[in-house]
Structure formats: structure tokens, C-alpha cells
Design a protein around this ligand. Structure first.
Ligand code: ZN
Length: 279
């Protein structure tokens, strides 16, 4: 499933092809993704210029001329592929977007959990998918003051709180585990305990984990067109995630005795941590 760093990689890949260009042609080969496309989807996009492509959590916000936003979510298996000539279309290539200068972007989604919508810029904060979403972890609204206020009255273990999309938009299971490892906090610690003194360190850890993952995701895709849903190389740098029984990078203890990194299920999600470093 594409996580926030992969979505950011997609954004970076789409920008040079779409930004500043008008859409000349939109081909809908299949209109029922996770939800049906909004009515007149192709017609409403035609002739509009892509001004900027933003991201909020795992949502792409493609801002168009005429104060329209084209919202895209990759779901489980959605990916965008770039093509410079008439594309060879494959099974599951549901949408094709052609720019005025001949750029082609193909949306491919075998499982069709991805979706798209169109909304007026003024309605952005009221959109049902976005209204309750917390700030993007790399954006200006996500900071220690905000996080501390949210953790104070949350009543959950910190790991579960971090996965609450109302607190951090686009936070995924991998990045929650890795962030807590970096600050030596147990996933079971009550969120309230971090509200006062821990939120600054936690914000910094979350930002650095995402920034490093984005950099790693980008580097593996440098020489080919962006295809979402692929992990970059950050998986080789996980400290704890998916490393049960292995030595944690911060401990020199004997894993034959300690059992190494522990895997537990917390709030229904696999959670990885070091019992020595994370208290
Ligand atoms: Zn350790």
C-alpha cells in the first residue's frame, strides 16, 4: 500500500509533467474506482490548467485553474505512470490524462481502492474525506503545540494515537513504530504522558522519519518515471519495523538472552519495539 513517502514521490514525479499545462484529453476507461468518478469528470477537467500539485497526508490535491481541486488517493494499489507517446494501455489502466504538450499520465489500479473527486477550492475543508483529517506531518500546522493538545485528551497508548488520522494525516504503521523508537518511547506509554514534555521530540522524530523515507523513496526512482506503490530503499533502514527477533541498532545486548526486537499487536496493528530502549 502506498504510504505518505510514496505519495510524495508520486507528487514529485507528476509535477514536471502536469504543472503549468492544460489538460487536452481525459480518457475514462473505467469510472468505478473505489467510488464512482464524479459526474462529468472528464468534461470538467478538460481545458483546465494544473497550477500546483499539493499533498495532504496520502491525498494528492491537484489545484486547477478556475478554483477547482482534483483530489486523488492511491488506495491499496493505485499508481500513476508517465508516457510520452500514445501509451500502450494495459489491463487496469483506468484513466489517461493528456496535456496540451503531449504529456500523458496513466492511472493504473488493479484493486480499485483508489479514488478521485473534484471539488471547489472553497469547499476543501468541508470535503468529507478531508474535514476530520489532521495536519500533514511535514506541513506548518503540525507542531508541538497542536500535538500536545491532541495527546492530552486522547486516552490511548501513544502508538494508537499516532495512527489516528485526525491527529496526523497519512501516518502509517511503519512510521509510527520508527518514530517512537527514535525517541525511546514505548508504544504502550499513555499518550497523555507525552503531551507536556514529549511532543517536541516526537514531532521532530516524525518529521525526520518521513523526510528520510521520502529521500530514500525518491532515490530509487530517480532514473525512471514515478510509479506509486513501490517502496524506495527506506525499508533497508528500518530500525524496528518488521525486524522481530533481530538486534536493534541502538543496543549491544545479547539477543539470545533478550529475544531482540519485540513484535506485539496493539490496537489490531503489528507493533515493533525494543524493550530496552523504549520505556
Ligand atoms: Zn534496543
Amino acid at each position: 500500500m502506498p504510504e505518505l513517502p510514496e505519495v510524495e514521490t508520486v507528487r514529485a514525479g507528476l509535477r514536471p509533467v502536469l504543472e503549468g499545462r492544460r489538460l487536452r484529453e481525459v480518457i475514462v476507461r473505467r469510472g468505478d474506482l473505489r467510488f464512482p468518478l464524479p459526474s462529468s469528470f472528464a468534461g470538467r477537467l478538460l481545458g483546465r490548467r494544473v497550477d500546483t500539485i499539493d499533498r495532504h497526508g496520502k491525498y494528492l490535491l491537484i489545484r486547477l485553474s478556475g478554483d477547482l481541486i482534483w483530489l486523488a488517493h492511491l488506495g491499496m494499489s493505485g499508481r500513476f505512470r508517465l508516457a510520452t507517446a500514445e501509451p500502450d494501455l494495459w489491463t487496469h489502466d483506468h484513466l489517461v490524462f493528456v496535456t496540451e504538450d503531449g504529456g500523458r499520465v496513466v492511472f493504473h489500479d488493479p484493486r480499485r481502492f483508489g479514488f478521485m473527486d473534484l471539488l471547489a477550492t472553497a469547499d476543501l475543508e468541508r470535503h468529507p474525506r478531508l474535514a476530520d483529517l489532521g495536519p500533514d506531518p511535514l506541513g506548518p500546522a503540525f507542531g508541538p503545540v497542536f500535538l500536545s493538545r491532541r495527546l492530552e485528551r486522547c486516552g490511548q497508548p501513544i502508538k494508537a494515537a499516532l495512527l489516528d488520522q485526525r491527529i496526523v494525516a497519512g501516518m502509517g504503521n511503519i512510521y509510527a513504530s520508527e518514530s517512537l523508537f527514535r525517541i525511546g518511547v514505548s508504544p504502550f506509554r499513555p499518550a497523555e504522558a507525552l503531551a507536556r514534555r514529549g511532543s517536541r521530540r516526537l514531532v521532530a522524530a516524525i518529521r525526520s522519519v518521513f523526510a528520510e523515507a521520502i529521500a530514500a523513496g525518491g532515490s530509487s526512482m530517480r532514473d525512471h518515471v514515478p510509479v506509486s506503490g513501490e517502496l524506495g530503499t527506506f525499508q533497508h533502514r528500518f530500525a524496528v519495523y518488521h525486524r522481530a527477533g533481530q538486534r536493534c541498532p541502538g543496543c549491544s545486548c545479547d539477543i539470545a538472552v533478550t529475544g531482540g526486537i519485540r513484535r506485539v499487536v496493539l490496537g489490531g496493528r503489528a507493533t515493533y519495539f525494543c524493550v530496552h530502549r523504549q520505556r
